[in-house]
Design a protein around this ligand. Sequence first.
Ligand code: 0O2
Length: 250
Amino acid sequence: MHAICYILGKLNQYIQTMDINSHTIDNNLVPLHQEISESNSFIDVSKWLEDHALPYMSLMAYYKCAIMEVETKFKVLNENFSLGDDCNPIESIKTRLKSPKSIMEKMIRRGYPLTVESIEQNLFDIAGVRVICSFTSDIYKLADALLKQDDVFLLQKKDYIQNPKPNGYRSLHLIISTPIFLQSEKRMMKVEVQLRTIAMDAWASLEHKIRYKKSNDRLSGEDCRQLEICAGLCSQLDEKMEEINTRCGR
Ligand code: 0O2
């Protein structure tokens, strides 16, 4: 398993710097093949690459394309809304491709077979687009506008703003399916979209950092309670800002 993670990690590094043309993939594989051969002589590298690495690399490249498509959709909506309201609803957009380590961990945790097909079938959050909005109302306005588009299909919606997680986490999560157009095919790809306000994002980022630092050791009950209180304060901040903004006639 360690070897697979290592190789997938290396593959991901290569994907960051190349386009999805298959000829380019082949050329990029030559130095990669050498590097892996030297450090993992105990596996049949050529066969492994042929059977798993190329399909994995292609799949990750498709997810990268899907991220670009969805990010562009939000940038277009931001421009469009700013024409009407004279105010941009989006503060920033962050994107990420799930790392090979996280993919493997989730596949194992959920007991799915470790194949490329199974990764595509079972994981919905490989491509992630996080949209940080100014106000809570902007989140729903943007989500509605995105879901109205005729090439966006909603697969799953989790509204952690209306129903926050027990620890206080708030965000709107959408799993959508949307097409990418390749040289000779159209491919439907799943993308996880998370929409949050600045306050929700600040809380989630800091909570993630604190929890990550603890890693193997669980947070104490008191620390969990304090984090929940902070989430409540962020929620109040959002409500107040929304109120003021509405009063100011936006
Ligand atoms: P990353 O690197 O941010 O993507 P699972 O994915 O198995 O945990 P599920 O039901 O598929 O569970 O997804 P869920 O809980 O709807 O959303 C998962 C993602 O939402 C997480 O991704 C986080 O980004 C975010 N999230 C959910 N709950 C919390 C929370 O309590 N605190 C923070 N900071 N973020 C949260 P990943 O994969 O954990 O990481």
